[in-house]
Design a protein around this ligand. Structure first.
Ligand SMILES: Nc1ncnc2c1ncn2[C@@H]1O[C@H](COP(=O)(O)OP(=O)(O)OP(=O)(O)O)[C@@H](O)[C@H]1O
Ligand SMILES: [Mg+2]
Length: 411
């Protein structure tokens, strides 16, 4: 997509967009009340404010021209007004397609899309009241930061003084007020991404769409800006969809995370729920670390290394099944100090000190599980608070690892 097209999402297409805006029942202008705002726009403002910005994508199908793959395959997503939903999933699972379809940048072959209860399925990009920020900054290099932020306001017919005021407010919000007159090509990646964010927010969109907006940035700036986006989103109450393939980023900012696979959402839930109660193996392995341990399951409970483990809904029955146990849900003691008969002997292979916690990679000593692990010794990763690590534990030491009775998924 060209730069001009990308900017179309936030800014519309010059005079044409200006004209359309004034006739557009979905456009918003909250907070922008300059003398140049037309009467019609004010009426629309009142109207759109009462409708809110919830999103519903219903049985959406997207097939790209010349392809037989369903990039979105009966895709369903409901987002409450003011909510921040993160779409997470591996490369090619359809995250960007979902966002672009929502924005109106892609036509869809089935289903419908509603914003604030209104069907926007056939409505063009610049009439959906949405702003999108992309991975590449897509700023105008020949304009200063403040001019970039003003752009979307200008094509919406906001007067010079008013748009400068609003643009400066937005730059303040992203911490760049002192850089307003710099050309964007003279700015760092993190600063440019902030300008892009300010530009997206300046038009007070009903819905903010962020497609991997931080992936071009280094780790530190990324965390900083991620937290800032969340703060701004909470402050402004903007309904937001944030796409990433970084699970930590997702866990940190989301009200809910939708884990996507093959053009669908496999599970959507609050971060903690998703982590503790994954519905499928794909979700469990996508979010956080998990051990895949052999167990005997009756569907309600499994026995793993001689220890009973309660099972989550949807767990499979059988013997053996894979029981997905998080590293922090495995106890580790020195061999000979185990309090119960349950557990398996293992040998410490690596100890990772991570500050507050430590992670210990072990290899199960018994050859009993080789058939389970493609002829290899079974490995288990344990995580525990660093101060609970047995004193003086070293690589090569013999330990006993035992799952804790915390609900797990069998599959
Ligand atoms: N313009 C296109 N034409 C044809 N197929 C496409 C096009 N864009 C994407 N696809 C295909 O649609 C599917 C979903 O792609 P999409 O870009 O939505 O994935 P994604 O989850 O955003 O991946 P990534 O994490 O790599 O950005 C993939 O199979 C991809 O190859
Ligand atoms: Mg993508």
């Amino acid at each position: 997509m060209s730069l001009a097209q990308q900017n179309n999402v936030t800014a519309g297409g010059a005079k044409q967009a200006e004209h359309e805006f004034k006739n557009d029942p979905t456009a918003t202008l909250e907070g922008v009340r300059g003398k140049d705002v037309t009467k019609a726009a004010k009426a629309l403002l009142k109207d759109s404010a009462t409708r809110g910005g919830g999103i519903r994508m219903q049985d959406v199908v997207k097939i790209y021209p010349g392809s037989t793959v369903h990039a979105l395959d009966d895709f369903n997503l409901d987002i409450k007004p003011g909510e921040m939903v993160v779409l997470l999933g591996g490369s090619g699972c359809g995250k960007s397609t979902a966002l672009r379809s929502l924005a109106g940048l892609e036509d869809i072959q089935g289903g419908r899309i509603l914003v604030g209860g209104q069907d926007v399925t056939g409505v063009p990009v610049n009439k959906r009241g949405m702003s999108m920020v992309f991975q590449a900054y897509s700023l105008f290099p020949h304009m200063t930061a403040v001019e970039n932020v003003e752009f979307g306001l200008e094509v919406r017919g906001i007067g010079r003084e008013e748009r400068r005021r609003v643009a400066m407010e937005q730059l303040e919000l992203v911490g760049l007020a002192d850089q307003a007159n710099k050309f964007t090509q003279q700015m760092s990646g993190g600063q440019q991404q902030r300008v892009a964010l300010a530009r997206a927010l300046a038009i007070k969109p009903r819905v903010l769409l962020l497609d991997e907006p931080l992936s071009a940035l280094d780790a530190k700036v990324r965390v900083q800006l991620r937290d800032e986006i969340r703060r701004i989103q909470l402050d402004t109450g903007t309904t937001t969809v944030f796409v990433t393939h970084d699970q930590e980023e997702a866990l940190a900012v989301a009200d809910r995370i939708g884990v996507m696979n093959h053009g669908r959402i496999e599970q959507i839930a609050a971060p903690q729920d998703l982590y503790q109660r994954p519905a499928t193996e794909y979700v469990a392995t996508f979010i956080g670390l998990t051990n895949r341990l052999p167990g005997a399951s009756d569907g309600e409970e499994a026995v793993v290394f001689g220890q009973r483990v309660p099972l989550l809904p949807g767990s499979k029955q059988g013997d053996p099944v894979a029981v997905l146990v998080r590293p922090e849900n495995i106890a580790l003691v020195r061999a000979g100090e185990a309090a119960s008969a349950a557990g398996e002997r293992a040998r410490v292979e690596v100890i990772h000190f991570l500050g507050a916690v430590a992670r210990v990679d072990c290899e199960i000593s018994s050859g009993e599980y080789q058939h389970w692990n493609k002829g290899e010794q079974l490995k288990v990763t344990v995580q525990l608070p660093a101060n609970e690590l047995p004193a003086g534990l070293a690589v090569g030491d013999e330990v006993v690892v035992t799952p804790r009775p915390v609900a797990a998924l069998a599959c």
